[in-house]
Design a protein around this ligand. Structure first.
Ligand code: SF4
Length: 427
């Protein structure tokens, strides 16, 4: 990213920077870090940042009245606010692989307790945002410098109704909200553009809270192109802040090499990821055990040759027959072991592909469940592998938090793969 001249204007007590820029690579850093290009307004103790369409993107406070200088609020393209908690939580990196924990305003896996959206500080930050919006709307802009005038117009155009409408438009384009993003999307702070290449899934497992309930069905190529053109129009100028793609829904891997390659390459062209401010594009998708087992080397060679680093997340859930029966997953232990071994093999042989695995965590699962994870992720491996993260996906009842932490740290110590918790985040 070339360095641009950054100009800040003072209008009354507001410090307005119409064009600002952050890093062009996502990094794992323990303090707030901004990526890509954005605009910024500082008002009192609050900093408000906006994407290139003028949509509010982040709010951060400081000093008295704010929770922690290293924590911030971020709005997603699905119009959800996420509170990025960092400072107040020791061990965040051990739990999630990141230096922050995204706290969500909707029911998710509430491992990290505390609903920040009920805190006075966060309520106050949203009041300040409403206040700023009112001030900008009432501001006489005719004599202001053109970049400031343009920014204020973009921000006031993106009022609450418009932001809500744009989120619904996003969901209409791809065929519904993304009920869950792959855990690997943490590598790009969940900043992905979603594209649906197949709906539904193969198994409709009893335990699953994110399934659509529909059988698996691929999209036609012309539908994929239609989505991409609509996404390009919707993201507009801000698409240059994105370089990562999520291929939905729950089993894009089962769509096969032709459709995956077609969708990824068309997305790269139509969304112009090559011109993105962000470098090192990433591709994320889910896959089922059967999709992984039927995938041949040619499929991985084609994914490996894409202009993306690709992450495929497979729901293994358990290698314990009793657990598989209890969670009503129509798979057997043999297939789970085969899929795990194939994951390790693909991770060894394809440098730009990483397959990761989900296993369930819940207080009501049989005692034989966690040992079944150890059997694969420890006993079957002779040394530590950095590729092939294991994500523990929490069920509704996770039991006592201290016990859960102890079990996670035991698994982290014993497993020969990275182990993290899966934070279920929608889009
Ligand atoms: S766990 Fe995966 S395969 Fe099973 S119902 Fe949920 S989305 Fe479908």
């Amino acid at each position: 990213m070339e360095n641009r001249q950054i100009t800040t204007y003072q209008i009354d007590d507001l410090l307005i920077t119409p064009e600002n820029q952050g890093a062009d690579h996502y990094a794992k850093i323990s303090y707030p870090f901004r990526y890509g290009r954005f605009s910024e307004i500082k008002s009192g103790n609050y900093t408000f940042q906006f994407n290139l369409n003028g949509e509010i993107k982040t709010i951060q406070g400081r000093g008295e009245g704010w929770l922690d200088a290293s924590e911030w609020l971020k709005r997603t393209a699905g119009n959800d606010w996420v509170y990025f908690a960092a400072g107040g939580y020791t061990g965040a990196f051990d739990f999630t692989g990141e230096y922050y924990v995204p706290c969500l305003p909707y029911d998710s896996n509430g491992i990290f307790g505390q609903n920040r959206f009920e805190s006075q500080e966060v309520i106050r930050a949203f009041e300040m945002w409403d206040d700023l919006r009112r001030r900008l709307t009432a501001l006489e802009t005719s004599r202001l410098p053109a970049p400031v005038k343009g920014l204020i117009r973009r921000i006031t155009d993106m009022n609450e109704e418009t932001l809500d409408l744009r989120a619904r438009l996003l969901h209409d384009i791809i065929g519904g909200p993304v009920s869950v993003l792959p855990p690997d999307a943490r590598h790009v702070e969940y900043d992905v553009i979603p594209l649906t290449i197949a709906d539904g899934c193969l198994y409709n497992c009893g335990f699953c809270r994110v399934k659509s309930g529909n059988g698996f069905k691929t999209r036609k190529k012309n539908d994929i192109i239609r989505q991409l053109h609509d996404l390009r129009d919707l993201y507009g100028d801000d698409r240059f802040n994105y370089h990562s793609l999520f291929l939905g829904q729950h089993d894009a891997l089962f769509a096969g090499a032709d459709l995956i390659e077609f969708a990824a390459r068309q997305a790269f062209e139509i969304l112009e990821f090559g011109r993105s401010f962000m470098k090192d594009p990433k591709l994320f998708l889910f896959g089922s055990v059967d999709a992984l087992l039927r995938a041949d080397d040619a499929l991985f060679e084609r994914i490996n040759a894409l202009p993306f680093e690709s992450f495929i997340n497979i729901g293994l859930e358990s290698a314990d027959p009793e657990t598989l029966k209890q969670i009503e997953k129509p798979l057997n232990r043999k297939k789970i072991i085969q899929a795990f071994n194939k994951m390790m093999d693909v991770n060894r042989r394809f440098p730009k592909v990483e397959i990761t695995a989900n296993f369930l965590y819940g207080a009501d699962l049989p005692d034989t469940h966690l040992p079944s994870i150890l059997e694969l992720a420890r006993n079957s491996l002779d040394h530590f592998h950095s590729k092939g993260a294991i994500y523990l996906s929490p069920l509704e009842n996770i039991g006592s938090i201290p016990e859960m932490k102890t079990r996670l740290f035991d698994l982290k110590t014993l497993c020969r793969l990275p182990v993290f918790f899966y934070l279920i985040q929608r889009l």
